[in-house]
Design a protein around this ligand. Structure first.
Ligand code: GLN
Length: 230
């Protein structure tokens, strides 16, 4: 399974993804500079975390106009996989590949932490490797991670099981106290209607190396690779 990691000026989690997909999981992986347009060789496009274009205007607002993103839309339309992590999630919502928006955190601070997240729907290529409603620990690091969407969109996401990850307590309780950034419905990650595009604020790629003592992100990558090779 071939991975491509988009690199914008200001991306900073591109190497973290490569360490997991190529370094640990032995999958062919290449970096894709944002001005490239030919990504036909890729099975999975990862839009990584970081501060693309210095977060000017809004996080992801400028990156969405990079030449490569037209090809990413086409890649998604073909039903191929797209994973947006943190800044990548912001870019995907800016482009309309995923509904809603990521706005300033409720307390207006940048948050760097490790938080419990509940896996909501395991009937997805991204979450098949987890137990339903299991609580996993993932790092977060963002200033604009508060998920927001209209009531209709939220209802649609919930009704279709498109919410894959939610912030929660260590016991899996969903409440406002355990909602680090004030996201609506504690949403930490969603998929598009077709299920091939995932956006999430927590960082699974920073939790997929046993040397770091945190491996709850591994099943996401492993199951994706296993599914594709079936
Ligand atoms: N780690 C990240 O990708 C950060 C995303 C973005 N720069 C923010 O602060 O919200």
């Amino acid at each position: 399974m071939k991975f491509g990691i988009i690199v914008f000026p200001g991306s900073n989690c591109d190497r973290d993804v490569d360490t997991v997909t190529r370094g640990i999981l032995n999958q062919p992986t290449r970096f894709v500079w944002h001005q490239e347009t030919d990504i036909a060789d890729l099975d999975v496009v990862v839009v990584p975390g970081g501060f693309s274009y210095g977060d000017y205007l809004r996080c992801g607002a400028i990156a969405r106009f990079s030449p490569v993103m037209k090809s990413v839309v086409e890649h998604a339309r073909q039903g191929k996989y797209v994973l947006g992590i943190c800044n990548g999630f912001q870019v995907l919502t800016e482009m309309g590949l995923l509904p809603g928006a990521l706005i300033r955190n409720r307390d207006l601070h940048f948050i760097c932490d490790r938080v419990p997240v509940r896996v909501e729907n395991t009937d997805s290529v991204w979450t098949r490797g987890y137990q339903s409603k299991s609580v996993i620990n993932l790092p977060i690091a963002h200033g604009e991670g508060r998920y927001y969407a209209s009531e209709d969109t939220l209802k649609e996401l919930e009704d279709n099981g498109q919410v894959l990850f939610r912030y929660c307590s260590i016991d899996g309780e969903i409440d406002e106290v355990n909602n680090p950034n004030g996201s609506l419905n504690n949403i930490a990650g969603i998929v598009n209607r077709e299920g091939n595009v995932l956006g999430m604020m927590p960082h699974p790629e920073r939790a997929a190396d046993s040397l770091l003592g945190l491996t709850d992100g591994s099943p996401l990558f492993k199951e994706l690779i296993a599914t594709a090779s079936r």
